[in-house]
Design a protein around this ligand. Structure first.
Ligand SMILES: Cc1ncc(COP(=O)(O)O)c(C=O)c1O
Length: 389
């Protein structure tokens, strides 16, 4: 049973496998080739860019950069800005390394200061704190995830966008845990930049992601090279999106995520979300029957995704995950989930982190019930706690 959909979704809808397979077999040229195939490839790329843009409400598809990952997208958004000593950044306490590490890098290298907003499960990002920081001035960037990959908390992303707009800060949204899971519209969120992964909620293969950058923002590129455009010039053109899409495109990742996006649009984000919420609700309600289990994040199902992190008395998250894998063929993820900041925020670092279960469209209520049964019989290493109250 696969419960690690927050890391990467699996399985993918059948149409994703079919589309990737068909593309890999039938396209023998990158879009730069002068041939029918090259033209077909260019048309396919343009189509993918248009369809993925539409999915996120991006009106000008040139402002969508295809990248190798959400990590690359978020690094480009943060490191690509011009930083000066005295600039300030505000982020939530739930950020993933993909956001917090580049922020620490600009702080280290440019004398930029950053602040982290306080958290409670009822209030995952303290908006009063954010507003106070923005009022103090010099905040160049407000960077927040839409949903935590650790606690499953959904952040008030629209309210954050309103605040950023009111005080003139750039607003970067990390949609890695939201794209395909919650409705995501760049205008609705007032996002200046928004990064996402292709292989998570969008059901694409690994190796693809995207970054939306609003018109008027000119990022510095992180890498230089061939773009297939402006080939006769020695310098990069600065044009969107080619300036940032150096080297041969990962066409399979791009067509795969586009097939995923189209499948989601046909199925409905709301339908998928409702299914995953039902699974999470059942899981949370089952867990509440156990003693010695701490569940993190909001207890309110409306304020969270189906990512559920917990810790258990008497067994470390790592040992529990290993036991579940070895004894019951259950996939989960234990530890710090590339987000030590989030673990400090929820109080599991210092400590062993959590064991995380994340449900997807193909999981069932029966699987959740089985998982609860396994948890009930988990071995206790120290002391023999009685899990079931
Ligand atoms: C909130 C969040 N941001 C960013 C990322 C990075 O995504 P990727 O590994 O696809 O680069 C992840 C991946 O787990 C994530 O959960």
């Amino acid at each position: 049973m696969y419960f690690n959909n927050a890391a990467t979704t699996w399985p993918k809808p059948e149409v994703v496998y079919e589309t990737v397979d068909e593309c890999f077999r039938s396209l023998n040229s990158p879009e730069r080739t002068v041939s029918d195939e090259g033209e077909r490839c260019a048309a396919m790329m343009a189509n993918c860019r248009r369809q993925v843009s539409e999915f996120f409400g991006i009106k000008d598809s040139k402002r969508l950069i295809f990248t190798p990952s959400a990590t690359y997208s978020l690094n480009l958004a943060i490191l690509g800005l011009d930083w000066h000593e005295g600039d300030r950044i505000v982020m939530s306490g739930l950020e993933h390394h993909a956001v917090s590490r580049p922020i620490r890098k600009v702080a280290r290298e440019h004398g930029v200061q950053f602040e982290t907003a306080p958290y409670t499960p009822d209030n995952p990002v303290d908006l009063d704190f954010v507003e106070d920081q923005l009022k103090k001035g010099a905040v160049k960037l407000l960077a927040c995830t839409m949903a935590s990959n650790v606690s499953g908390d959904v952040l008030p992303s629209k309210e954050l966008g309103d605040l950023a707009e009111r005080y003139g800060a750039l607003y970067l949204v990390d949609a890695a845990q939201a794209a395909g899971i919650l409705p995501v519209d760049v205008d609705d969120l007032k996002a200046d930049m928004l990064g996402f992964a292709g292989h998570k909620g969008l059901f694409g293969p690994p190796g693809g992601g995207g970054l939306f950058v609003r018109k008027g923002i000119q990022l510095n590129s992180l890498a230089e090279g061939g773009t297939g455009k402006d080939s006769g010039k020695h310098e990069m053109s600065g044009r969107y999106p080619s300036n940032y899409e150096i080297g041969t495109h990962n066409l399979l990742a791009i067509v795969g995520m586009t097939a995923g996006v189209n499948w989601i649009s046909e199925t409905g984000v709301d339908t998928l979300h409702a299914h995953e919420q039902k699974l999470a609700e059942r899981f949370l309600s089952g867990l509440s029957e156990f003693s010695g289990v701490t569940v993190y994040g909001s207890p309110d199902i409306a304020k969270r995704t189906s990512v559920v992190s917990l810790s258990m008395e008497g067994i470390t998250p790592a040992k529990m995950a290993q036991w579940l894998a070895e004894e019951h063929n259950v996939s989960s993820r234990a530890g710090y989930h590339c987000a030590p900041l989030a673990h400090e925020t929820i109080g599991t670092l210092p400590g062993d982190g959590t064991i995380r279960f994340s449900f997807g469209f193909s999981n069932t209520i029966e699987e959740v019930d089985q998982l609860l049964g396994f948890i009930a019989e988990a071995p206790r290493l120290e002391g023999q706690l009685n899990w079931v109250v």
